[in-house]
Design a protein around this ligand. Structure first.
Ligand code: A3P
Length: 332
């Protein structure tokens, strides 16, 4: 206290003000040169680190960013949920978003599968991502990616290090779910022709209608083969969508490990809702559980065992091939 009083007596307010101002300028200049200004692209920041680091006082950039939160910006995704449609992709993305190290794009971006989007360039893609802080990873999901031939090559061209997440379900269950969604859309659009499930998936002679797109989507081996031409299996996490319905916590732990993010999920965060018929989730014990809306967890049509068996048989060889490619066995 005595020291402080002496200092104030000896220095004028003006001198103190100038000193503080100089300190501030040194602080900001050091930060900018060492850590890069917000929105500066990463390559430039790295280049500056290499060039100038020797001449600058030691600065911990990540703690700077965290404390002052100056580097909040939209970033290219670290991971993409590539599919499969009706595999549980929305529930997965929503539950991943609970994790403090994850931010997610809420809508399906369709950058790599729609030509007109891809042609707009990667900046337009990044622009659709949510803002993230340093240390957080960005995830988007567009299930149509998995079945679109051109996507693996495009993704690889844009980023070699992407982590891909694929959530698959029993192909027959997925097919029924896909049909249910398409049928529900027809009800909304009041389109007249609404074939039954059997009419849609079987031909008149009783064989499987391989021209029906939802039948093709469940042919996982065909699609995975294309992805493995461009990405090693180690970069693709394949989740069990049936187990995800029954036990979301278990599948989320796999994602946590794959993405190398800090342990966060607890079993008690997930609560089965008798009303919804699915697991819902909560951030903390006090919070009421939240569930997905009416468009997820629709009532499926009753399908005869005979038709189910026919479809199961149809998918059998494709499934075996998929297990080999995925180096993982499923219960289909
Ligand atoms: P159904 O609506 O046919 O039951 P996607 O989001 O990829 O379209 O997948 C939708 C499917 O997610 C749903 O299909 C449902 O089976 C599955 N799902 C998994 N976990 C869920 C959850 N917690 N709440 C609702 N649906 C869930």
């Amino acid at each position: 206290m005595e020291l402080w009083r002496g200092l104030v007596n000896r220095c004028s307010l003006k001198q103190l003000f100038v000193t503080c101002l100089l300190c501030g300028i040194v602080f900001v200049a050091t930060y900018h040169m060492k850590c890069g200004v917000p929105l500066m692209n990463r390559e430039l920041v790295l280049e500056r680190d290499v060039m100038d680091a020797r001449y600058l006082p030691s600065v911990n950039c990540s703690s700077f960013h965290q404390e002052f939160q100056v580097d909040e910006r939209k970033r290219f995704p670290t991971a993409i949920i590539i599919g499969v449609k009706k595999g549980g992709t929305r529930a997965l993305l929503t539950m991943l978003e609970l994790h403090p190290s994850v931010v997610t794009a809420h809508h399906e971006v369709h950058y790599f599968d729609y030509d007109e989007n891809f042609q707009k360039g990667v900046e337009s893609y990044i622009d659709q991502m949510p803002v993230s802080k340093p240390g957080q990873i960005t995830i988007e999901k567009s299930p149509h990616y998995f079945v679109t031939d051109v996507v693996p090559q495009r993704m690889r061209m844009v980023s070699q290090n992407l982590k891909l997440i694929l959530i698959v379900k029993d192909p027959v269950t997925r097919l029924i779910s896909d049909f249910t969604q398409l049928d529900a859309k027809k009800v909304v659009n009041k389109r007249e022709k609404r074939p039954s499930f059997e009419e849609a998936v079987l031909q008149r002679d009783g064989s499987v209608n391989t021209n029906y797109i939802p039948v093709q989507v469940s042919n996982y081996a065909v699609h995975l083969t294309k992805w493995l031409k461009y990405f090693p299996l180690s970069q693709i996490l394949i989740l069990d969508g049936d187990n995800f319905v029954a036990n979301p916590y278990e599948e989320l732990l796999k994602v946590q490990t794959f993405l190398q993010i800090k342990p966060f999920y607890t079993r008690s965060q997930f609560v089965f809702s008798d009303v919804k018929g699915f697991y819902c989730w909560k951030m903390n014990i006090q919070q009421e559980p939240k569930c997905l809306g009416d468009k997820k967890g629709r009532t499926h049509p009753t399908v005869s065992e005979n038709v189910k068996q026919k479809l199961k048989q149809y998918y059998q060889s494709s499934n075996e091939q998929f297990y080999k490619l995925a180096q993982q066995k499923f219960n289909w």
